[in-house]
Design a protein around this ligand. Sequence first.
Ligand SMILES: Cc1ncc(COP(=O)(O)O)c(C=O)c1O
Length: 399
Amino acid sequence: MGSRMGDGELLMTPGPVMLSKRVMRALCRQVCSHLSSEFAEALSEARDLLKEVFRTGQDVVIAPGSSSLGLEMAISNSVGPGDEVLVVSSGYYADRIAEMVVRHGGLPVMVEAPARRGVEVGRLKEALESHPDARALCVVHVESSTGVANPVGDIGRLARREGLLYIVDAVSSLGGMEVRADDWGIDYCVAGPQKALGAPPGLALLSVSGRALDMARSRRERPSTFYMDITGWVRATREPLKRYVTHSVLLVFALREALRIAVEEGLEKRFRRHHALAEAVRRGVRELGLEVFPEEGHEADTLTAVRVPEPLSSTRIADVMLAESGVRVARGWGPHADRILRIGHMGNIGPEHVLKALSALELALSRLGHEARGAVEEASSFLSSQDPDVLRPPDEIPI
Ligand SMILES: Cc1ncc(COP(=O)(O)O)c(C=O)c1O
């Protein structure tokens, strides 16, 4: 019989992540009216905590839907027919943003980023010289298909200098890696609860700058959809008692708890925990004779993409890890799906979770004829050199 924990599976995919006990308790309660003062208090607190996490003094939005809705809200409220939009071409999730630009009548200008590194700001400058009328610039902070992190702060300086509206997909980074919406001049920063924040999926989270809001208000044409009108959502998040749509009340209670946990832990400490766990995974993977896909210095701390050499296949490795050890990881996306294995290590996890994932990987490789040992020892020895207070998960995850 299945347990409440997903059949005892250890979920180490790049999202959704496992819930910790406090978040599960917040989720498991009677529903209340979305117009009650109890819900208004929860939404207001979640909104204010989310501002801290986004590091913004401007508006944030919490809307029912997935992170893709947040991205599409950003695009649909800022891009119109014929608008050129620079998109850093980092992989699968960047391609999806370009597709959204097209659907809203815009013209994406793809700026190539090397597959294993973040984009160079110089490439964006060159693209701007050939497309001086570009209106906006979009970048995925952590490209979940490759595990590469883009230099969002540096790109922000360029966007600001050139007067471009700056849209950042921070879905796989917020809560696990530094994101500074205001300091980095981000107009729309989009995230999801189900990744490094450690909450269940089902909400779109956005920070929205005053400039983005002014631009949305001054557009000639009204947004083509009622649901994605950013001005409506900003109002609804500022004033929770004013009805916009029936909110996902239980998800907001769970999000509030997850945000409380993140802020209680302290963001800097939380980033250090993510960094140490990521470094342990990278060291373990290399010890097995495998290569981490991103070049050194370009890796995300929230997930690791591992290169899978022939004749191994990431699908087979993931299947064996699940069948033999109960650890779920993910294969890649797109044409090279079978050459990349993706291990998520974000949210409220601690050393035991990453060590279990490495042990499962080691076992799966040996079952598939790739004899290699030492990943767990290497990772443990690295982790034992770290400050135990930083490594301590902020809440318990029952497996
Ligand atoms: C970087 C990135 N952007 C966007 C998304 C889309 O998020 P959602 O599936 O919540 O719509 C994901 C999901 O994994 C992601 O990793």
